[in-house]
Design a protein around this ligand. Structure first.
Ligand code: NAG
Ligand code: NAG
Ligand code: NAG
Ligand code: NAG
Ligand code: NAG
Length: 367
């Protein structure tokens, strides 16, 4: 009896509350055009013609995009080195007063590559450079590796303030995103027009720098290690790929049987908003990885989408379907913080009291 008499009024009021909440959200100021952080990092490629490039020296005062050595290579490297140590204070310079000699570091790099044809170099070419720049770095419990998650992993590592990735070290910062190749019998010693993308006769030359960088960095981390992998790659691509830098140069070089070792490998497996899930922890390639990790004597954990990384992914793609509700609730919380609890919740509170009143009235009428 009570149910029948009160069902429709209560339903009507509940519906009007829902419509009201929705209406208020719709009327909120719409955010500006979808904006992704990735737009900031992607290269702004010019669309100049590439046909004349071969005859030009692109570093004589006009900017022309080529496939050759980056113009100003030396100045960029030395400048970045100064900036890292004196302005940004990267993770290993924050508590130190001694700094490395940037010119000396550049010269070690130059000795390795200048006048040498790109296809004749191999990993040992860069040994001296990494000995000077990377060997003394010892991340404890904060070493972070990534594969297929470049941008999100680096937002999370936050330039070495949260975790330390290879790209947060001086050795990598100095050369990241630059192109270089030596040229034999040449007064400049660098080819500014065209660097080979791949050397068929010596595939090592392609991975020489970043391969040795990865290996040296992997050899330096101890304690807990974090690996950010991508569980929503394309159908053919697995989260753990045996041909990835992580599989080839990093995992095999984690310290063991030494005084200080890697103890545990923590996989943080990400699933991007709006993209289908390919693998979860404990599935497919993650099983292969777990096996390899345990074979090498390390503990293994795997976590799907930890909160902090979820927030970063949704921060970056806040229009994605999975992020909408979180975004709405966040806005409510934020408004409550900005304008006070009472103002925000007043209409809902009023309607709630009204519903309770109707229910009680129905109940009273029935008795
Ligand atoms: C740079 O070199 C190219 C071709 O070598 C030439 O056409 C151009 O005028 C030069 N620019 C300057 C500023 O010297
Ligand atoms: C750079 O190399 C790519 C691929 O090898 C080629 O398509 C492109 O035209 C080259 N660009 C220039 C400026 O030479
Ligand atoms: C790498 O190159 C150096 C000289 O360029 C050579 O002495 C060395 O044997 C090479 N190492 C490998 C593994 O090819
Ligand atoms: C995972 O891979 C997909 C497909 O390449 C890509 O769109 C997505 O951004 C990647 N996710 C992360 C967190 O990097
Ligand atoms: C450079 O010069 C030497 C001797 O003058 C010669 O043997 C070598 O083939 C030259 N290399 C190139 C890449 O031209």
């Amino acid at each position: 009896m009570l149910m029948q008499r009160c069902f429709w009024p209560v339903l009507f009021i509940l519906l009007s509350i829902i419509v009201d909440i929705d209406g208020r959200q719709q009327s909120k100021i719409q955010p500006p055009m979808p904006f992704k952080l990735s737009h900031l990092t992607s290269n702004q490629r010019g669309n100049r013609q590439s046909t004349e490039v071969q005859q030009m020296n692109p570093c004589n005062g006009t900017y022309i995009r080529t496939n050759g050595t980056t113009c100003g290579l030396k100045e960029i490297i030395i400048g970045r080195c100064y900036q890292y140590q004196y302005t940004n204070r990267g993770p290993y310079f924050n508590y130190q007063t001694n700094t490395k000699d940037c010119t000396e570091l550049y010269e070690a790099f130059e000795r390795a590559v200048r006048y040498k044809p790109f296809c004749e170099i191999n990993m040992s070419t860069y040994e001296e450079y990494f000995k000077l720049t990377l060997k003394d770095i010892k991340p404890i419990d904060r070493g972070m590796f990534w594969s297929g998650t470049n941008m999100i992993a680096h937002i999370y590592s936050n330039n070495g303030h949260n975790y330390i990735t290879l790209e947060d070290t001086l050795a990598a910062v100095m050369l990241n995103q630059l192109t270089w190749c030596g040229k034999a019998n040449d007064s400049i010693g660098f080819d500014y027009v065209n660097c080979p993308g791949a050397c068929e006769e010596n595939p090592w030359s392609d991975v020489a720098f970043w391969g040795l960088a990865s290996k040296t960095f992997a050899e330096s981390v101890t304690g807990e290690v974090h690996v950010v992998l991508n569980g929503s790659r394309d159908a053919t691509d697995l989260a753990f790929r045996t041909d990835s830098f992580f599989a080839k140069f990093e995992l095999p070089n984690f310290r063991r049987d030494q005084q200080f070792n890697v103890i545990r490998v923590n996989v943080l497996l990400l699933h991007s908003p709006d993209i289908p899930i390919r693998e979860k922890c404990g599935e497919k390639s993650l099983l292969i990885l777990e096996d390899l990790v345990r074979q090498r004597g390390f503990d293994y954990t795997c976590e799907d989408d930890p909160d902090a990384l979820l927030m970063i992914m949704c921060g970056n793609e806040y229009n994605a379907r999975e992020c909408q509700v979180a975004r709405r609730i966040l806005r409510q919380e934020w408004d409550a913080k900005l304008f006070g609890q009472s103002l925000q919740n007043q209409p809902e509170l009023f309607l709630l009291i009204f519903v309770l009143f109707i229910v009680m009235l129905c109940a009273a009428l029935l008795t």
